[in-house]
Each structure stands twice: as C-alpha cells, then as structure tokens.
Design a protein around this ligand. Structure first.
Ligand SMILES: NC(=O)c1ccc[n+]([C@@H]2O[C@H](COP(=O)([O-])OP(=O)(O)OC[C@H]3O[C@@H](n4cnc5c(N)ncnc54)[C@H](OP(=O)(O)O)[C@@H]3O)[C@@H](O)[C@H]2O)c1
Length: 377
C-alpha cells in the first residue's frame, strides 16, 4: 500500500510503498478514505521521537475491509484514531491506504456524515470529552463509571458556568458542543463563556455551540472581560485549549477561587509556564490514554489505564448510537498524501501556535482558524 512514512533522520515523511498492516484479534483492517491532521502529527515529524521508519498520523475515516470480530461488518463506515509516530512506541499510523484499529475504538459513521467530516472527529472530540467528563468530572451525556474512584457526579442544581479558552480550536469546538449536549442530557442550566477571534463570534453564538458571551483573546483586557461575563458567582470550570506560555496562569485568573481547569499540553513537555500556577487546580491528560496502551512521550510514560480505555469505548459507542454531535468545519486540502508534509504540516508548524507558517499565497494555505485540515487518500 501507499503510506506517508516517517524519515526520522531527515525530520520529514514521504509517500512510500509498504506492507499492508495485519489485523490482530479484536481488530479490523480499514480502507482509509480521509485523514485529518492534528498539530501533534506535524510536531513529531519535524521533531521525531520515533526512531524507526513507520506510518505517521492519527485521525482516519474509512471502510471496514477485514474484521477479526463480528462486532464490525465488512463495508461498514467507521472512524477512529491511532498513535502513529507520536511516541517512542512502535505503533503504525493512519496516513496510508490501510490502517488497523481495535474494533471497539472505532465508531460507526452515520450516513449523514461524509468521510472528510468523520475524520475530523475522533481525536479532538475524545480529547474534549476526556477533559470535561473524565478529568474535570462533569456529568457526561453518556453512561460510564470511573472504576478507580466510583465517584458520583455533581448535579449542579444552580447551573454550571464554563469557560473555554481557544473556543475556535478543534478541541474547543467539540468542548462547547459536548457541554451543550451534557447539560441538556442532565438538566443542567449552562452558561458558556469563551475566547476567539471576533470573526468567529457569530458562529460560536449559534447552535450547536451556543456561547452566551465571547471575548477576543487579542484584547488586552480579555481576562477581566471574561471574568465579568461569568456573572456574580464566578466561573467554576474551564478548559485551556492552547496551554502555551502564560495562558494557563491567565485562564486560572478568569476562574473564581477554587476553579478547576483542564489543560491540553503537559508541563513536562515545557509548553507552558508554571510560575504562579497552583498545580492542584490544573488537570492534564493525553488523548492517547484512550487507547489503553503504555505510551512514552514528552519526557513521561503514560501508563496503560483500563479506565481511560473504557471511557473512550463508552464515548465512541455513544457516537455510534447516532448522537447529535456535529463534525467540526473541514478544509479539504488538495493533493492527497503527498501534499500532507509540504502543505498541511507546514501550516501546523512544529508545535506552538506562534510557530505556524504564514506567507504562502495559495487559497488552501491560509492560517488554520476554526476548521480541520483534511486530505483524501
Ligand atoms: N492533550 C491532548 O491529548 C491533545 C489532543 C489534541 C490536541 N492537543 C493540543 O491542543 C492544541 C490545540 O489543538 P487543535 O487541533 O484544537 O488546534 P487548532 O484547531 O489547529 O487551533 C487553531 C485555533 O487556535 C486559535 N489560537 C491560535 N493562537 C491562539 C492564542 N494564542 N490564544 C487563543 N487562541 C489561539 C485560533 O483562533 P482564532 O482563529 O479564533 O484566532 C485558531 O482557530 C494543540 O497544541 C494540540 O497539540 C492536545
């Protein structure tokens, strides 16, 4: 098959022929139709931590070819994510004509959703779900129990006010949708406050996001404006969908005393400054935990945790049941696999938001803003 394969020595990846992956017990071979890019895919091609040539990329959508379990049928439309070259561990990725995934870690794509849209869902929607329901402990719109603690969910009879920093990021867009669906499912009055560029305010105030108040993160007074938008009782919970430089400290400044903040980049990875940050208020996790395997990356070992895997399975089962979750807006990029590195990864840069390339004049090379880059394979 044709695949985008990491060249760790030259810090790049190129399209080459390689053997089709073989599904093991409980897995399925999937013909990949569309892939979506995540910042981490570009980061670890330009700064490889994998030392062997292997297929890169995480998010995919495609058709089941060869299931080794009756849970999936040949021809079924599915989406999911795998780890690719995003860790030291030898696990192949999805930017290829075929990929292999555990059958319970893909979800059934509804007829109403294209493969391009479905590819944009799995990794970022699970990241947002983990942050909200697994790490912050908010009531979820689907059934699951954290075995480790067996903890009961808070009920929020007086309502929940939630703050999203980076509301137009892929993770932020899913966070708002999931909060709306969770609030509706659990009868919780929800007030949603967020930051984004002004050009996105109308989209973010409309369904399915329904923001009550938005501030522009480029406004020098945004912290105070966001705090005030939270109302008299303050904002108890938030997610920092950027978690770079000073943002963690700034977002904690928006939350009231005792506020709980989910962050999406690790302190160990060095993306944000911990100076003046109460580390007991911040909750980090990597989406890879959902795969339920040990992962070595960013100066840490993420253990194989059964609880996080069960959470991912419950989340994807919920997606498969025909929920109202909409895919994020998609920018379909031209050229297929061979243009992922020179175009898509160039737009994503090598890790931080400040490092995203600008200056190319083609229409599809405009900065990423409120959308997901998708390629057809
Ligand atoms: N922990 C995990 O497992 C995990 C999983 C997924 C992603 N991540 C990380 O989460 C981050 C976001 O990923 P993503 O795919 O959601 O990003 P993305 O969609 O590519 O983010 C693009 C958006 O970022 C916004 N933005 C850029 N700089 C900003 C700043 N300084 N302050 C506020 N907003 C800013 C822009 O907003 P405007 O257009 O409105 O200006 C733009 O819409 C990445 O660092 C990624 O690696 C972590």
């Amino acid at each position: 098959m044709r695949a985008l394969i990491l060249d760790p020595e030259h810090k790049t990846a190129s399209v080459r022929e390689t053997a089709k992956p073989q599904p093991g017990p409980g897995e399925a071979l999937i013909r990949v139709h569309s892939i979506a890019l995540n910042p981490v895919d570009a980061l670890y091609v330009f700064n490889p931590i994998a030392t062997t040539a292997r297929v890169v990329g995480a998010d995919f959508a495609g058709t089941v070819v060869e299931p080794t379990t009756p849970a999936l049928k040949p021809g079924q439309r599915v989406a999911g994510f795998v780890q690719g070259a995003n860790s030291f561990n030898e696990r192949p990725g999805a930017f290829a004509e075929y990929a292999v995934s555990p059958a319970d870690l893909v979800w059934a794509v509804p007829d109403s959703m294209t493969f391009d849209q479905a590819a944009a869902v799995s990794l970022c929607a699970l990241t947002a779900a983990q942050a909200l329901f697994y790490r912050l402990g908010l009531p979820a719109p689907f059934e699951w129990v954290k075995k480790k603690t067996g903890q009961a969910r808070d009920t929020f009879p007086d309502g929940l006010t939630f703050f999203v920093y980076g509301a137009s990021t892929s993770v932020g867009l899913y966070a708002a949708q999931l909060l709306r669906l969770a609030a509706a499912a659990n009868g919780i009055p929800l007030r949603l406050v967020g930051t984004a560029s002004k050009k996105h305010f109308d989209m973010l105030k409309a369904a399915p996001y329904g923001y009550d108040a938005l501030v522009d993160y480029r406004d020098p007074n945004w912290i105070e404006e966001a705090r005030q938008a939270g109302g008299a009782s303050g904002i108890g919970y938030g997610i920092d969908c950027i978690s770079e430089g000073e943002t963690v400290k700034q977002v904690l400044g928006v939350l009231g005393e005792g506020g709980k903040l989910a962050i999406i980049r690790s302190l160990a990875g060095g993306a944000w400054s911990s100076e003046g940050v109460n580390l007991n208020s911040v909750f980090y996790g990597a989406v890879w935990e959902g795969l339920g395997v040990e992962i070595d990356y960013q100066n840490m070992t993420v253990p194989a945790t059964e609880d996080t895997r069960r959470f991912a399975v419950a989340f994807y089962r919920w997606l498969s049941s025909g929920t109202a979750l909409e895919a994020n807006p998609v920018r379909l990029m031209p050229g297929g696999l061979s243009r992922v590195v020179p175009d898509g990864f160039a737009l994503l840069g090598s890790g931080s938001m400040d490092d995203r390339a600008e200056g190319r004049t083609e229409d599809w090379m405009r900065p990423i803003s409120g959308e997901k880059l998708v390629y057809q394979v």
